[in-house]
Design a binder for this molecule. Structure first.
Ligand SMILES: Nc1ncnc2c1ncn2[C@@H]1O[C@H](COP(=O)(O)OP(=O)(O)OP(=O)(O)O)[C@@H](O)[C@H]1O
Length: 479
């Protein structure tokens, strides 16, 4: 524990770490904690599962204990589940302080949150959308005096992915004081470095792990080349094999859409696998319940969309299966980082179809290492192929009979309204864009066709000339 003391942490915090089994600081903690204690802004880019959360929680708690007031610190994170996880770290490590925290996330009661915020908690942990809503609609609390602003998974908060946080982040940034310490952490900071530097204004201390490979050493990274139509049979086979060969096992499966996640979960249950789904079309209470049951090993398989790709710390996960190859290497890095955490071993298997090979190349280039092939007995997979495909189709039909698609449409409309857009106008705009797209496609096809025709005509002319020459030659030789 001496190593923690050398970083400048107080004895009571070191004791709390000890109780959690944290005895020696990880490299990101060793570098960032002293800088934060010195009062510097900090950007920490360290591999998944390397203890970035404690790297900011510990120095913040120490500063809070020296001058306690609320609201002292605001932590922003992209998903609701992560907000709860971070709050738990603050609670456990900050127990001797009698810490008051408040979690502000979507899908939960807004009035209860507003009341809690008004009671001036020491730490507020929030997702951007809901906190921005509170700032816009309420004057019962203020974040004007916070000392610390933390952006966890900072690069995700800034990118304009399927959920765009940038507008909400602007609202939040304009409500916090300029005089503050800003701490930014992620396993993949480098793509958005310049934007992040402008948020951490005071020449931030920047720490990045020096290792060339961007994933952890203890992670065995594999791929299986599978034809698209056989993918589910491979998935079922891999799970069955893992279940047969291990007593204590736990798998996270990532897939690309909520619907696919739902169908796959239904399908795996038909095969009697203990699986549970987690995606953004589920009600928040269901999401928390699913995660809790997976964490406590009631369910051994969590099948999720990328809502679970970042940050979740579930030490028991031994295997990650990518049912689809992620379109972006950084998503791959976060997904596979759900296993092999804090020095443990882990296995990641990516199912790669004929259409995804370029994506694997991009991943390999980013992580700086080659994925190895995972060998699978094809004959075993073929035995279950028809059964799996029929079961999947049955599940799809079952899902079509529910209001899943309808709910998706309603959710989309709600989101548009929240973003201040008119759903009817948006639908019209989308239809027009589709029309233009179709016209463009038709035009392109037409051009390609005429190029092809010209090309064919040229070849025909050349061949004709060639035949004529050959005929002439033959006629001459006969004379
Ligand atoms: N110094 C340490 N020694 C041992 N275990 C640690 C140490 N610091 C943190 N841990 C544990 O390591 C696990 C992973 O930590 P954490 O969730 O903070 O990782 P992370 O770097 O934020 O990962 P990700 O990039 O996936 O969010 C947690 O269970 C945490 O309790």
């Amino acid at each position: 524990m001496e190593a923690f003391a050398k970083l400048g942490l107080s004895a009571w915090l070191i004791e709390q770490c000890k109780q959690l089994g944290i005895c020696k600081p990880s490299p990101v903690q060793e570098s960032c904690i002293p800088a934060i204690l010195e009062g510097r802004d900090c950007m920490g880019c360290a591999k998944t599962g390397s203890g970035k959360t404690a790297a900011f929680v510990l120095p913040i708690l120490q500063k809070l204990s020296e001058d306690p007031f609320g609201i002292f610190c605001l932590v922003i994170t992209p998903t609701r589940e992560l907000a709860y996880q971070i709050a738990e770290q603050f609670r456990v490590l900050g127990k001797p302080l009698g810490l008051k925290d408040c979690i502000v996330v979507g899908g939960m009661d807004m009035i209860a949150q507003a009341l809690e915020l008004a009671r001036k908690p020491h730490i507020v942990i929030a997702t951007p959308g809901r906190l921005a809503d509170h700032i816009r609609s309420s004057n019962t609390f203020s974040i004007k005096k916070i000392r610390f602003l933390v952006l966890d998974e900072a690069d995700r908060l800034l990118e304009q992915g399927c959920t765009d946080f940038t507008q909400d982040l602007q609202v939040i940034l304009s409500a916090v004081p300029a005089q503050r310490q800003t701490l930014l952490f992620s396993a993949t900071l480098t793509d958005t470095l310049q934007e992040l530097k402008s948020i951490a204004m005071n020449k931030p201390f920047f720490w990045e792990s020096t290792s060339e490979v961007r994933t952890v050493e203890q992670l065995d990274q594999r791929y299986v080349l599978v034809p698209e139509k056989v993918k589910d049979a491979y998935l079922v086979h891999l799970i069955q094999k893992f279940q047969d060969e291990h007593e204590d096992w736990s798998i996270m499966i990532f897939t690309n859409t909520c619907k696919n996640c739902q169908v796959l979960n239904m399908m795996l249950r038909e095969f009697n696998f203990p699986s549970v789904a987690l995606h953004s079309m589920m009600k928040q209470k269901q999401r928390f319940a699913a995660l809790a049951k997976f964490k406590s090993s009631i369910y051994k398989i969590l099948i999720a969309t990328d809502v679970a790709a970042r940050g979740l710390d579930i030490p028991s996960v031994q295997v990650v299966i990518n049912h689809n190859t992620p379109g972006l290497p950084k998503i791959y890095i976060h997904r596979v980082g759900r296993t092999a955490r804090a020095g443990r071993k882990g296995l990641a298997i990516t199912l790669v179809t004929q259409y995804d090979i370029h994506l694997v190349n991009a991943v390999e280039e980013q992580i700086n290492m080659k994925l190895q092939e995972y060998s699978v007995k094809e004959s075993e997979v073929l035995k279950i192929l028809t059964h799996v495909n029929v079961t999947r189709r049955e599940c799809e039909i079952k899902l079509e009979c529910t209001d899943f698609d309808e709910k998706k449409e309603i959710n989309k409309r709600k989101q548009l309204i929240l973003e201040g857009k008119d759903p009817v106008l948006e639908a019209k705009r989308k239809a027009e864009l589709e029309k233009i797209k179709k016209q463009k496609k038709k035009f392109k096809e037409h051009i390609q066709e005429s190029i092809q025709q010209k090309h064919d005509a040229q070849i025909r002319r050349k061949l004709k000339k060639k035949f004529l020459r050959q005929e002439k030659k033959a006629a001459k030789s006969q004379q």
